[in-house]
Design a protein around this ligand. Structure first.
Ligand SMILES: C[S@@+](CC[C@H](N)C(=O)[O-])C[C@H]1O[C@@H](n2cnc3c(N)ncnc32)[C@H](O)[C@@H]1O
Length: 276
């Protein structure tokens, strides 16, 4: 087997970032407290606090089928990204294409969680010695916003803001970049709600626009503010097309701007199109 070192590195990065090299270990029981009743939450938190005194913890083995994990259908306990192997492969292939074809511009993900997909973007640039493109890392670092049902009726029943599991601090994401030796001045953090950060983001041109903010509002804010900056031939990648909220924002935006580039399917939820 002779594989180029950069491809071997990127393959290892994808497996490591998605924790695919190891079975999913048990997860501390308080991790998914948001899904419990108030009583269940109280019991789980109390047990957790008492046991912590003796440096002990109770953890739950979730027994998730490997296929589900690889397809990015779960909220993983230990991985740095939840997007699964096909969407990571797609990201690599989109970046390799813009590099090969000279499509100008930086890279951005809106909605980064633990940062894994952005870390991978930086890794692809490093693998090909690209020093003149940046990776923008846009997130509240506090989870999702409460729905603004008046402005975005599609979001009215969205409850993702209730999940502390989706709130990962900027410090933790920076540390994750550091773990892989990839935190440098080619990585730019945009902390805050998309509606506040994206209109004034210091971005001139993009070649990769990756949207992973789940909600109608989050998807629309990213498209409105960033799609005009995407170069011709650049990729617009949508992680959450299986969510009706996200899909309707994509469809409204495309209709309003007469975008008819074919939507290519990546897997059960990911899709993309190239800007014509
Ligand atoms: C599903 S997670 C992203 C998963 C990530 N791309 C990965 O590789 O695993 C969604 C993220 O979007 C962020 N988010 C969603 N809507 C947002 C908004 N309007 N403003 C800022 N951050 C937002 C949340 O904080 C969360 O980190």
């Amino acid at each position: 087997m002779t594989q180029k070192p950069e491809l071997l590195y990127l393959d290892l990065m994808k497996k490591t970032l998605s924790f695919a090299l190891w079975p999913e270990p048990a997860i501390p029981i308080a991790t998914f407290n948001a899904d419990r009743t108030p009583v269940g939450r109280f019991v789980a938190s109390t047990i957790t606090q008492v046991m912590a005194v003796g440096n002990l913890q109770i953890a739950k083995q979730r027994n998730i089928p490997e296929k589900k994990r690889a397809e990015g259908r779960i909220w993983p306990g230990y991985a740095d990204t939840m997007i699964g192997s096909k969407r990571l492969d797609n990201l690599q292939s989109c970046i390799e294409t813009v590099l090969r074809e000279g499509v100008q511009g930086d890279l951005i993900e809106t909605g980064v969680w633990r940062g894994g997909a952005c870390i991978f973007m930086r890794a692809v640039l490093a693998a090909y010695n690209v020093e003149d493109r940046r990776v923008f890392v846009a997130d509240s670092f506090e989870g999702l916003p409460r729905p603004d049902a008046e402005k975005y009726p599609a979001d009215k029943d969205d409850s993702l803001y209730k999940h502390p599991f989706l709130a990962v601090s900027r410090e933790q994401v920076e540390n994750n970049f550091r773990k892989y030796g990839l935190l440098d001045d080619q990585v730019v953090f945009l902390k805050g709600w998309f509606k506040d950060t994206l209109p004034r983001a210091p971005i001139q041109k993009l070649s990769i626009l990756r949207l992973d903010g789940d909600m109608y509002e989050s998807t629309m804010d990213a498209l409105n503010n960033l799609y005009p900056k995407l170069s011709k031939g650049g990729f617009c990648i949508i992680d959450d097309y299986a969510l009706p909220t996200c899909a309707s924002a994509v469809s409204d935006f495309r209709s309003k701007h007469g975008i008819d580039a074919a939507i290519e399917k990546i897997d059960w939820t990911g899709c993309y199109w190239r800007k014509a």
